[in-house]
Design a protein around this ligand. Structure first.
Ligand code: PHE
Length: 339
């Protein structure tokens, strides 16, 4: 009986120590195998135990039997669930893994284009400046040589703000040109700057939005000429829109430049048929008017230079052949994902 007990205890130890499912199955077989299992044989042998001892012997054996069965079930579960090391190996998340291209977000077309513009003009030596969207009548019109009753004001239908004193009139800037004044009043020539930002006009249809983006450009020096302006315009637009662009400079009227010009472009794109032959107006520009220089404390006999302004959305529409301006502002991902 003592021998027998030691024997069972060693099985107990071996079940707990089994390292693999196979090892456990082998111990199980040794215990419960149909023909030669130790427990199977021991239970069969109960027949030969004298009547008087049989009951206790059977009870002891059954306790061992249940213990082994429970231990085996438990150990099998332990072996089936992976260890921490295994988990670390298989559940590892590679945070440096790159997402597929199409899943990645990107800037909206407008800020993306504005960054490109800043880069292109940056290479030509231009600084970037920004100013307020709520402007005074002085900066948006008067100092730009557009007095109150000037007909040029009608071309830019203005959102006026309610102010206490009717003489301090405020508005949502209709153009980025007030940045010419602000920059020339705070910087001494020679200077080169671009000023991107939002502008506002009472206008809304497929090609006009009450809010859109413009870029103002300004270059002032002792010998800055119209030829410099043409070179800068051509270089910038070729880089930004198409290297094959052709240009046409026409006279145009803006009160703050003299002479004033409008730039048309056309180019042959991938699908030449739809683009060829069509001249599109892209920029307003000209030599800064002497009155404007004077308004900023700059001597027009010593300094001269050019200014230009272009519409950001218009440029992008031409570049990507987008027919409706409103698509820029609707936040429709199907539209935005195309670019
Ligand atoms: N501010 C003008 C517009 O909004 C564009 C312009 C800027 C023209 C600078 C000439 C010089 O139409």
């Amino acid at each position: 009986m003592t021998d027998q007990q030691t024997n069972w205890e060693s099985f107990d130890g071996r079940i707990r120590a089994a390292k693999t499912a196979e090892e456990l199955a082998a111990v199980e077989q040794e215990l419960f195998g149909r023909k030669a299992g130790a427990m199977t044989l021991a239970l069969k042998a109960l027949h030969d135990v004298p009547e008087a001892e049989r009951k206790t012997a059977a009870a002891t054996l059954n306790t061992w039997k249940r213990t082994f069965e429970e231990l085996i079930t438990l150990r099998r579960k332990e072996l089936a669930s992976p260890s921490d090391d295994m988990l670390r190996m298989t559940d590892r998340i590679d945070v440096s893994l790159e997402l597929p291209e199409r899943e990645r977000g990107h800037l909206h077309l407008i800020p993306e284009f504005i960054r490109e513009v800043e880069e292109v003009f940056g290479r030509l030596g231009f600084d970037v400046a920004t100013g307020p969207e709520i402007e005074t009548e002085e900066f948006n019109f008067n100092l730009l040589n557009i007095p109150r009753d000037h007909p040029a004001r009608d071309a830019q239908d203005t959102f006026w703000l309610k102010t206490k004193n009717p003489e301090d009139r405020l508005l949502l800037r209709t153009q980025t040109s007030p940045m010419q004044i602000r920059y020339m009043q705070s910087h001494k020539p020679p200077l080169r700057v671009i000023a991107p930002g939002k502008v506002y006009r009472k206008d809304s249809d497929a090609t006009h939005s009450p809010m859109f983006h413009q870029f103002e450009g300004l270059m002032i020096g002792e010998d800055v000429t119209l030829a410099n302006m043409k070179a800068v315009m051509i270089e910038a637009i070729r880089t930004l829109v198409s290297p094959t662009a052709e240009f046409r400079f026409r006279t145009g009227f803006f009160p703050f430049v003299e002479p004033g010009l409008e730039v048309d472009m056309r180019w042959q794109g991938d699908d030449a048929a739809s683009r060829e032959g069509k001249w599109l107006e892209v920029v307003g520009c000209g030599m800064v008017h002497p009155n404007v220089l004077k308004n900023c404390g700059i001597d027009p006999r010593k300094y001269q230079g050019f200014a230009f302004g272009f519409g950001v959305e218009r440029m992008i529409m031409i570049k990507h052949q987008i027919p409706d301006l409103r698509a820029f502002f609707q936040g429709d991902l199907r539209f935005l994902r195309q670019f």
